[in-house]
Design a protein around this ligand. Structure first.
Ligand SMILES: [Zn+2]
Length: 144
């Protein structure tokens, strides 16, 4: 089990089991991203053993939908050190059915009007320009 740092991508809520998160990233990179879903339909991401909403321990792996929808975003001009060579970039939150993902929207200029709420995106894993660390990346789909 590695102890690699993942100081970004909002991984501060879990229990620090980065191996599970790494496994999940690999699945996403292979186009097999999934959410953990309890019988009540609450979605969460690894590492989880218990539903954070209702406490259920019956979590099943449900495949993510092919497309998500951008819910909110911000253009980052002054990055943290891990993103020094990536800026400016678009940090976005996208709705993927049972879960929301936080990632970087690529393929659209950060200052473009095409960066907008409601844009349909796919989620994949690419490398940070700064240090090659894996990163959740959204790519726009559909019309330009
Ligand atoms: Zn639940």
């Amino acid at each position: 089990m590695t102890t690699e740092r993942t100081e970004d991508n909002e991984r501060n809520e879990g229990t620090g089991r980065d191996a599970d998160h790494g496994e999940w990233l690999e699945a996403l990179a292979d186009g097999e991203g999934y959410a953990l879903v309890c019988p009540e339909g609450h979605g969460s991401l690894p590492p989880r053993r218990v539903c954070p909403e209702c406490g259920s321990t019956s979590l099943s792996r449900e495949p993510l939908p092919d497309a998500g929808v951008v819910e909110t975003f911000s253009v980052v001009h002054v990055p943290s050190p891990g993103f020094a060579d990536d800026a400016p970039y678009v940090n976005a939150v996208a709705d993927f059915g049972p879960i929301r993902l936080t990632g970087v929207l690529r393929g659209i200029a950060a200052e473009s009007d095409a960066v907008e709420i409601g844009r349909r995106v796919t989620a994949t894993v690419e490398e940070r320009a700064t240090d090659g660390e894996p990163l959740i990346v959204f790519r726009s789909i559909g019309e330009r």
